[in-house]
Design a binder for this molecule. Structure first.
Ligand code: ARG
Length: 464
């Protein structure tokens, strides 16, 4: 029998149960539903709505149910619709009348908001720590790569030499912003909606602050209508997750590119690459590709839920049940991707010879020649033009800038002295960029040391 069957003369069509039941996916909220219900029972007793005995029976009954669920001894039912009514029905079957009093001063509308907030609060901490793990993997790789120099690109055309470690530090920055976004999102997740009831608040003197405190929330929601119709906290997480997955997708793209025969900057560890069923020679970056591909579904969930929410009148509408699978899949996907990315990155083999060889093509230090000419007193625009001509000459003669001898230089540019020979070396070019944020070896080493400390500072508190 349905918990709400009183008003109905006939039973629900089986096809309706099939269609609208959410227990198949929201059962994963059972722990939060139980913890929230226990706190609610205490609040009911404190307000004199139920007796201390009844509260005790509810709290203990729920504890027993929790243990049985975790031991795999409980079967949920589709007829009971969702996790909230399943728990309530199971409890009442066990303890009788006291169980039937639990839903006083509460609605599934504030309950589901509570459960998903508690769930997300926990998962934000898990995801943040996995992000720290990926940052650590990037820093490990940067440490192993040492002073290895690679071409930096714009438009995927060789641009200027950079340290490979500098490139990795760029990802550490992106992932740090992702962590900050999760921490910011946490502030709006960690607010307790209990007491909002179905939409208008409840006509009982519940101490909302005390319930919030007991459940570890920083505060309570301020408007009952908003509290039950708000899914911003889920959307914000999904938006942060989408940006995070975009970053990971770019990192994966770099790995895929670097691991090609043409680039050969890195080699994937055997344990983190895969073979081909037909081509015996292949070693494929499937992990990086699949992680890159997973970003698509995370973006999709964000847009899906925005679309669900955009036309909804206040307050709760059943459409909002669609938030759950999207939220859960976003969480699962982020965790799975971050978990595999960290060891895939930290086990990469760096081929510094290949990187350096790639730096010998493409006139990566042409800007440094222009900068050298600026030091000799030329306006930058003029220096740029003269450098362009030198590059053109070198292309005609099939030479690199580093191969030119001093007499050859002086024939092209009468004002240069032997300092030009160093200015156009890879080392000269990287070493010159020692201002904060630049790619000079000592700047990068200091940035790595700094990042090693920063990544250890947790921004999202752990919650069960
Ligand atoms: N299973 C529902 C959901 O996920 C719980 C809230 C149901 N509330 C209601 N009034 N039908 O959204």
């Amino acid at each position: 029998m349905k918990l709400w069957s009183g008003r109905f003369a006939a039973a629900t069509d089986r096809r309706v149960d099939d269609f609208h039941s959410s227990i198949a996916f929201d059962s994963r909220l059972y722990r939060y539903d139980i913890r929230g219900s226990q706190a609610h029972a205490r609040a009911l007793a404190r307000a004199g709505i139920i007796t201390g005995e009844e509260a005790k029976a509810i709290i203990e009954g729920l504890e027993g149910l929790l243990m049985d669920i975790e031991a795999g001894k409980v079967e949920f039912s589709k007829e009971a619709e969702d996790i909230h009514m399943n728990i309530e029905a199971l409890l009442t079957a066990r303890i009788g009348t006291a169980g039937a009093k639990l839903h006083t001063a509460r609605s599934r509308n504030d309950q589901v908001a509570l459960d998903t907030r508690m769930y997300l609060r926990h998962e934000l901490g898990v995801i943040e720590s996995l992000l720290a793990g990926l940052q650590t993997a990037c820093l490990e790789l940067a440490g192993r790569a040492g002073m290895a120099v690679m071409p930096g690109y714009t438009h995927l055309q060789p641009a200027q030499p950079i340290l490979f470690a500098h490139h990795l530090l760029a990802y550490v920055e992106m992932l740090q912003r992702d962590r900050e976004r999760l921490a910011d999102c946490f502030k709006r997740v960690n607010v307790c909606p209990l007491g909002s009831g179905a939409l208008a608040g409840v006509p009982y003197p519940l101490d909302r602050q005390a319930v919030a405190k007991e459940l570890g929330f920083a505060g309570i929601t301020r408007n009952s209508l908003d509290a039950v119709s708000d899914r911003d906290y889920i959307l914000e997480f999904m938006a942060a997750a989408a940006i995070m997955m975009m970053h990971i997708s770019r990192l994966c793209e770099d790995v895929v590119l670097w691991a090609t025969a043409e680039f050969g900057f890195v080699e994937l560890d055997d344990a983190f690459s895969t073979g081909s069923s037909i081509m015996p020679q292949k070693k494929n970056p499937d992990v990086a590709e699949l992680a890159r591909g997973k970003s698509g579904r995370v973006f999709g969930h964000l847009l899906g839920l925005l679309s669900v929410m955009k036309g909804l009148p206040l307050a709760y509408n059943k459409d909002m049940q669609e938030d759950k699978e999207a939220l859960f899949d976003t969480v699962d996907t982020c965790k799975a991707v971050l978990t595999i990315m960290a060891p895939m990155i930290s086990t990469l083999q760096v081929n510094r010879e290949r990187m350096e060889k790639a730096c010998r093509r493409g006139f990566l230090t042409a800007t440094d020649l222009a900068d050298y000419l600026v030091r000799k007193g030329l306006p930058f625009r003029k220096a740029h033009e003269l450098t362009g001509r030198v590059v053109r000459k070198c292309i005609e003669q099939n030479k690199t800038l580093e191969e030119l001898t001093l007499p050859e230089w002086q024939e092209l540019l009468p004002m240069v002295d032997e300092e030009v020979l160093r200015a156009v070396t890879l080392h000269g070019a990287t070493a010159a960029r020692k201002l904060p944020g630049g790619t000079a070896p000592e700047t990068v080493a200091a940035a790595v040391a700094e990042a090693r400390k920063t990544v250890l500072i947790r921004l999202v508190p752990d919650h069960d």
